[in-house]
Design a protein around this ligand. Sequence first.
Ligand code: DDK
Ligand code: ZN
Ligand code: ZN
Length: 416
Amino acid sequence: MKVLLLLGLVAVALGDITRFEGEKVFRLKPVLDEHVTVIKDLAKSIEVDFWRPESPELLTIDIDVDIRVSAIYLDMLYTILQQSDMEHEVLIEDLQTAVEAQADSGPTPRTHSYTKYNSWDKIQSWIASVSSSNPNLISRQVIGNTYEGRPMNVLKLGKKSSSTKPAIFLDCGIHAREWISTAFCQWFVKEALSTYGSDSQMTSLLDQMDVFVLPVFNIDGYDYTHKSNRMWRKTRSRRSGSSCIGADPNRNFDAGWCSLGASSNPCSDTFCGYTPESEIEVKNVAEFIRRNKSIMKAYITIHSYSQLLLFPYSYTYELAADHSELLKVAEGASAALRSLYGTRYTSGPGAATIYPAAGGSDDWAYDLGVKYSYTFELRDTGRYGFLLPESQIKPTCEETMLAVKYIAAYVQKNLY
Ligand code: DDK
Ligand code: ZN
Ligand code: ZN
């Protein structure tokens, strides 16, 4: 009894972190309608965490499905796979081992590092110091607080000017568990500050335009992935009437809201929220972009994983009015990205390239009038999934910089 009590106290003190011993990540290959039904039924009877696509509503035939299943359900899964004769492979043998292998070995640095996955506390103090490092190039503003009350800082990068400049909005960390995304925004800020004046493209970009960077969109969720559950995706908002927490911020924008590829079930990982912009983080960003609508020329949002460069639409299969131009720029950006390490990206409109998904930030920004609207899905294609090792932060960010700079240069060239 005393031991139990003690263990309980220790767990509370440590903040009860979810462990993943014996859990596996599978890639299933449904090639028959029956296979799709089998996976959907499975999701109803046992707990399945969908990694790609990110919820059972999004399943279709001939598209690989990555799922996480806990140890207690493995026997059942194997039986079902055998009975239905569905091809599959194991991507991650033991998730807890993979979680632990994600961080580089060696001591954890006390300070912020561009080649580590930093906690929110470290990112917050980094925001404070980096934003006061060079007043001629960077400033910050708070666009509102998260559900749990954390301030959402937007960093404005660009040569100080008395006139208002055309701008690009870049956000990272809409989804909590996509840690490589959050790492990229920090990398972008570092590169902008350190290459201004030496890199002619960066210099001209920041002379002519401002880049607004939101380093972590879903701060509450991100903090939760560090302290409690590495696999959390959504916000952390609560409502009386449901015991399930959070909504998917990338289903909560007012763009064909909750019509397609989103769930109205508060317990789903793709829950669209109770109303458009019900999530305060989404509302804060939408209001900031609406307020600055006249200067916003591009919107870029960073996710993982799948190596895709997507553009509108995702809420409909219809092609965007600017489809051919958006595709041309995406293909140029993907080629630039590939030139560094050979990493291959696929580009195309969201609905046809990944899956239909209404309520996304890119579709919303595009319909508002921000023509160059892009969603990146960074490395990898499933070997590590969300648990991309820290050793890949540098190469991933370097190659992604080339694509983002390609888009920015194109936008800049077509300003007037
Ligand atoms: O939100 C998603 O499910 C993925 C990133 Se994890 C992107 C879907 C396509 C863009 C949505 N407008
Ligand atoms: Zn995402
Ligand atoms: Zn993703």
